[in-house]
Design a protein around this ligand. Structure first.
Ligand SMILES: [Fe+2]
Length: 229
């Protein structure tokens, strides 16, 4: 089942979809590209939410219900979150509730600041304290800002690596994907779509550029027995 593991399709949750109408259009575009299952991973920034995970989950549920009320036939939406790594995030009350619903996978995003060792520690704490497997969002985006050894430190976590579909658009992105593939890491693909224009659904791109076996591997991921890191 072609699966989008990273999207901002829920209306009014973050800098993604602005309205129910836009969400429906994004979902329609994804479906037209063959996507059958979509993880809805609205941003979670602990500092913006003032650490209130319960409130975030209520907002998410409301956004989801608005979507379902507008189009009850929509199915295979997995509620999740894209959790920004902040200092102390692993100790936030209820952090384990931000998993992809029904799984032990949690999508974590590195901040766009310089790399620091505490980020790795936060990820390890989340993994070990709650027995969760981290999925690292679009690691390829940090290649210009992180050193080789810092990228290696992230890969050494043994987490799942999420690639945005446009990774195949650049030579460096392709090379990095191949290195992750060759090193035997688990990986998944996602659109990281935010709207219908500048950051639109782009599985057409993935299907054109990625080998079918890579896409199949990504698609099987959520259905496989879980691997603890
Ligand atoms: Fe995202």
């Amino acid at each position: 089942m072609l699966t989008d593991h990273h999207s901002h399709i829920l209306p009014g949750m973050d800098d993604g979809s602005k309205s129910v109408e836009m969400s429906l259009e994004m979902i329609k575009m994804l479906r037209a590209q063959g996507v059958e299952r979509i993880a809805a991973t609205s941003h979670f920034y602990a500092h913006k939410e003032q650490g209130d995970i319960k409130n975030y989950l209520q907002k998410r549920q409301y956004a989801y219900e608005q979507l379902m009320d507008a189009s009850p036939a929509i199915d295979n939406i997995i509620l999740g979150a894209e959790v920004a790594i902040e200092r102390g995030i692993s100790e936030l009350d209820g952090i384990e509730k931000l998993v992809f619903a029904g799984t032990d996978y949690i999508l974590l995003e590195f901040p766009y600041t310089s790399f620091a060792d505490w980020m790795i520690e936060e990820i390890e704490n989340i993994a070990y304290n709650f027995k969760l497997t981290p999925i690292i969002a679009h690691l390829h985006r940090y290649l210009d800002d992180y050193s080789k050894s810092q990228i290696q430190a992230v890969l050494s976590l043994g987490a799942v690596i999420q690639f945005n579909n446009e990774v195949f658009e650049t030579w460096g992105g392709k090379r990095f994907f191949k290195s992750v593939l060759d090193a035997g890491h688990s990986f998944v693909f996602g659109s990281d779509t935010h709207n219908t224009s500048t950051r639109k659904p782009n599985f057409d791109l993935l299907i054109k550029k990625a080998k079918p076996e890579w896409i199949r591997r990504s698609d099987r991921f959520l259905d496989m027995p879980k691997v603890h890191i």
